[in-house]
Design a protein around this ligand. Structure first.
Ligand code: BTN
Length: 325
């Protein structure tokens, strides 16, 4: 028996109790096997009431993104106007990359309800349970030289933080260099840029955006609980995911246009104003080793200018930001 069989049985009789005995007979499995599948459905966001002698009753389904709900909310010209909405995929990055290779236009978006191999930065995995977050990838074809692509990471962080502030103004969101968004020191979203280039020429950029919208503590592995938090856990409110997706796309498109017209300078100012990395003693783990100092701001490329303990200045382009304070 799969959980899909059990689900269709419960859905047929939605709101009514179906006894464990009837389910095990209909699906030809043991009562223990039924119970195990019930637990799996609950992990996917279904609410199933279990009452001794009465049986199981489906009381709530996970929230689902639909095009009917999302499309009327879009206020963009090209971002998200070509859109693929998937149930389960390994990673939206892979799916969008395939579309990019087939010539998909800038602004093409892939969203998934769940990722089975969600990717994070530095080869990490990204927790992406069904129906709980915003797991999406956006295609850009920016006419900029390859070495400047990290600027788009910083731009994406500003866009995300503005969109989340718009939806949940009570949250105090800070950007940790280069692009983690934090609430109360814990990470609420992540950005992963993957570029494709030919002969040093940038062909396209796949911008992966992961926003932990409605995850519960139980959705995270134990070891992440002191580092990560969802918007719902931080605000106490269930996030309307389609409204947030629409805001992210709107903010992103606006900033991207500004960037193409005026360059990195205005993005740099906006990023610095929202950063929680600047002005505090910080440990940076660069590929060349640990750097300790006080980050002062960004340079014109998007690197982090750090004042070292001996008073000298150093710019860091790639690093994991460690402890600060
Ligand atoms: C990070 O480590 O902070 C980056 C996380 C990026 C996660 C997003 S979710 C949508 C897209 N698909 C992936 O596999 N990763 C990105």
């Amino acid at each position: 028996m799969s959980k899909a069989n059990l689900l269709s049985l419960l859905e047929e009789r939605e709101g009514q109790y179906v006894s464990g005995e009837e389910i095990s007979r209909a699906l030809n499995v043991s009562r223990t096997a039924v119970w195990k599948q019930v637990r799996k459905l609950e992990a996917d966001g279904y609410r199933i009431e279990a009452v001794p002698r009465l049986g199981y009753r489906l009381t709530a389904k996970p929230s689902r993104l639909t095009l009917q709900e999302l499309l009327p909310k879009l206020r963009t010209t090209s971002f998200g106007r070509r859109l693929t909405l998937l149930d389960v995929i390994d990673s939206t990055q892979n799916e969008l990359r395939k579309l990019a290779e087939q010539g998909a236009a800038e602004g093409t978006l892939v969203i998934a309800e769940q990722q089975t191999s969600g990717r994070g930065r530095m080869g990490r995995s990204w927790v992406s349970p069904f129906g709980k977050g915003i797991w999406m990838s956006l295609l850009l074809r920016p006419p900029v030289p390859l070495p400047l692509t990290p600027q788009l990471t910083l731009l994406a962080a500003v866009a995300l933080s503005r969109a989340i502030s718009q939806q949940l103004p009570e949250l105090d969101i800070g950007i940790k260099w280069p692009n983690d968004l934090l609430v109360g020191g814990k990470k609420i979203s992540g950005i992963l840029l993957e570029s494709a280039a030919e002969d040093e020429r940038l062909n396209y950029v796949v911008v992966g955006l992961g926003i932990s919208a409605n995850l519960e503590a139980g959705d995270y592995p134990e070891e992440l609980l002191d580092k990560a938090v969802s918007l719902k856990m931080a605000s106490g409110e269930t996030v309307n995911r389609s409204a947030l997706i629409a805001s992210v796309l709107e903010q992103f498109e606006q900033l991207y246009k500004l960037y193409l017209e005026q360059g990195f300078a205005p993005i740099r100012t906006l990023w610095e104003a929202r950063s929680v990395t600047l002005g505090k003693r910080t440990e940076l783990y660069t590929p060349q080793g640990k750097v300790v100092g006080v980050p002062l701001g960004l340079d014109e490329m998007g690197g982090l200018r750090v004042e070292l303990e001996d008073g000298s200045l150093r710019t860091v382009y790639s690093a994991e930001v460690g402890a600060s304070g």
